[in-house]
Write a protein that binds this ligand. Structure first.
Ligand SMILES: [Zn+2]
Length: 72
């Protein structure tokens, strides 16, 4: 008997960052400085996506894991 295919879910957390050129070093090198803005988005391979929001406004980890459950 052939089994049906089940859609897989793979969540990825995408933190937003910003960058700027740093000060020149004594050797004349210049590095980029990068920092998180505090905003993030979570996406899933099924098409689910949160908005880009402050990290504290993201759904809980339990809710994210159950995003494909109709109760959410
Ligand atoms: Zn999913």
């Amino acid at each position: 008997m052939i089994q049906t295919w089940t859609l897989n879910h793979q969540l990825t957390w995408l933190p937003q960052t910003e960058s700027r050129p740093g000060e020149l070093t004594d050797e004349g090198d210049q590095w980029m400085e990068r920092r998180p803005t505090g905003n993030a988005r979570v996406v899933c391979t099924c098409g689910y996506s949160t908005d880009l929001v402050d990290r504290s406004a993201l759904p809980s980890n339990d809710d994210l894991r159950e995003h494909h459950n109709p109760r959410i």
